[in-house]
Design a protein around this ligand. Structure first.
Ligand code: ZN
Length: 364
């Protein structure tokens, strides 16, 4: 206990004083707390401590007597410090209690702000994560989509474009296409549908869930069925590797995450992306992946894989021609042809029966 006398400036509120209070000097001498003007002694018991001021750093001492409630406020920082040090033992413990609860309240408030901040920043954090990890996240989301939903998505977009495709599915060439397709997709988890469209552009595309469309123009550009098999094997791999789904999920960006979280991904994608499927461009990595897996599929199916690089040669030669629509979605034909020939050169020798369809190209 300090025997040294401490005095601090304070403001006194209470009965008989102006509402704005009155400046006084508080003197603390051992147990006694005195206010010099008007001369008054605070009671030894019953003084209540409270934090006051804008930032709750001030200290208030309040007590009751016959006249009413009196309050003495010290707001100045160093004065509060001096007062705190000099407080008599009975008030010291009350003060420590006050400090403890203030600290608890403060950390609670800080936690509240942190949670609120995180909540407000969550979309930004998600967006940043999505931008940085777009490929793996899109891939992961795409893998969560059931095949049945994927099939519905593909069928919805196929239904939208069907009228423009001029399908020729009742022809001999279409039957050959289905037979070749069945051979390349044996054992797949997908149920495929191969369609022949009466269109002059050199084009073929696959839709999510296993719908593959080949233009008559593409078949006309081939010199033997193995080249068509090469294109089909490539397109089938876009389905098997879920490239369309991944691209759509990537295009949808954050809303795909939202749709996934709300369990509405399938229908949401059908609504917002169905019309984009035709113009969908895959990344160069996806194309290389479809090439490599397609080549393996050809070999597994007992089909001469040379047809695949051979068709890329044809595409590269036609690069200047307008109707090579496949080129707009499948650039770098020469580069990919070279990569395929290199891969083939590294493989052990294999033999394949030529595909039976003759004459080639079939009647279209
Ligand atoms: Zn492709």
């Amino acid at each position: 206990m300090s025997l040294r006398m401490t005095s601090v400036t304070a403001r006194l509120y209470g009965p008989g004083l102006p509402p704005a209070g009155q400046d006084v000097t508080l003197r603390i001498d051992g147990h006694a707390l005195r206010i010099d003007a008007p001369q008054r002694v605070l009671p030894e018991q019953g003084v209540r401590l409270r934090r006051v001021g804008f930032d709750l750093k001030g200290l208030e001492l309040a007590w009751d007597d016959a006249a009413g409630t009196h309050a003495l406020q010290v707001l100045d920082g160093s004065a509060v410090e001096n007062l705190t040090r000099a407080l008599p033992a009975t008030l010291q413990s009350a003060h420590s209690e006050l400090t403890r609860s203030a600290r608890k309240e403060n950390s609670g408030r800080r936690l509240g702000w942190a949670v609120l901040g995180l909540f407000l920043a969550a979309p930004v954090i998600l967006l940043a994560l999505f931008l940085v990890f777009a490929d793996p996240i899109a891939g992961w989301i795409a893998e969560q989509i059931p095949i049945e939903q994927e099939r519905q998505l593909g069928e919805a977009s196929f239904a939208q474009m069907k009228d423009d495709l001029k399908l020729r599915d009742d022809t001999e060439a279409a039957r050959m296409l289905r037979e070749l397709g069945a051979r390349l997709t044996r054992g797949s988890r997908y149920t495929y549908a191969f369609h022949l469209a009466d269109k002059p552009e050199i084009n073929a595309f696959a839709m999510p869930g296993g719908i593959v469309v080949v233009h008559t123009g593409l078949i006309r550009a081939t010199t033997r069925p193995e080249e068509l098999a090469g294109v089909l094997a490539h397109e089938v791999q876009h389905v098997e590797l879920r490239h369309s789904l991944k691209s759509i999920v990537k295009q949808l960006g954050l809303s795909a995450l939202w749709m996934f979280a709300t369990g509405d991904l399938g229908s949401g994608m059908a609504g917002s992306a169905a019309t984009d499927l035709l113009t969908l461009k895959f990344s160069r990595d996806a194309e290389r992946e479809a090439d490599a897996h397609g080549l393996d599929t050809l070999i597994r199916s007992g089909i001469d894989p040379q047809g695949m690089p051979d068709f890329f040669r044809i595409l590269a030669e036609k690069a200047g021609d307008a109707p090579a629509a496949l080129l707009s979605t499948h650039p770098q034909s020469a580069e990919r042809e070279a990569a395929l020939r290199e891969k083939l050169g590294a493989l052990p020798a294999h033999s394949a029966q030529p595909l039976p369809w003759k004459p080639w190209p079939p009647v279209l």
